[in-house]
Design a protein. Structure first.
Length: 214
């Protein structure tokens, strides 16, 4: 989970700033990117809903397995996309230089945050935007979706697990940058072990949510 969905969008170093300027002139249209990701969200939810309905109607154990598996994957996709677009919205609200970039393969990065052109305040706005949006989709599903099946509970719990993961990764970075640390330098200090630990804690958070809601 950690590697596939790093919480803070793709970053650009000093050596890449000129390339980033070129990218900002050639960035993809916002409407097209949003439409594409909206299609991904609706398709993912539709696949999960079909599996959940299959189990509700038949009660087959294999339908339950498919519904739960879909719920885990769809929850992570939803949380990751909303988190990334929340980061972008926060960056734009702070008038940061953060050119959009076309998605490549399964990458969930949608923009470059140009550290050399932005300050700590803009970094904080960008960071908080991700948290606002992933909490928004989590609470929306929690309050609107009847939690009367394991598949539905797992969907919400998967989202919650990602929220825990992102919080573990980003909390100390934000805390240190509020104390004066350079955002880019602090972000580069993240290690593979940090992501492994956050993934473990996020997984445990998701399992706890399943147990609590069941």
């Amino acid at each position: 989970m950690a590697e596939a969905a790093e919480p803070i969008g793709s970053q650009t170093t000093d050596a890449e700033s000129s390339a980033a300027d070129e990218q900002s002139r050639d960035e993809p249209q916002l409407a097209g990117m949003l439409l594409k990701d909206a299609a991904v969200v609706f398709a993912a939810l539709s696949i999960w809903a079909a599996a959940d309905t299959w189990h509700q109607v038949t009660g087959l154990w294999i339908a339950q397995v498919v519904a739960v598996g879909d719920a885990i994957l769809v929850g992570l996709v939803l949380a990751s996309l909303f988190h990334e677009w929340g980061h972008y919205a926060g960056a734009m609200a702070a008038k940061a230089h953060a050119p959009r970039m076309p998605s490549k393969g399964l990458s969930l990065f949608r923009f470059n945050f140009i550290f050399t052109d932005n300050d700590a305040k803009q970094f904080h706005w960008m960071t908080y935007g991700g948290h606002i949006l992933h909490w928004s989709i989590l609470l929306l599903l929690f309050f609107t979706l009847p939690l009367d099946s394991l598949g539905r509970i797992t969907l919400v719990s998967s989202l919650f697990g990602f929220v825990v993961f992102a919080t573990v990764i980003e909390y100390n970075i934000v805390k240190d940058t509020w104390s004066g640390a350079d955002p880019e330098t602090r972000l580069k200090q993240l290690s593979r072990e940090d992501f492994k630990q956050a993934s473990l804690i996020g997984t445990l958070g998701g399992l706890f949510a399943i147990a609590l809601l069941s």
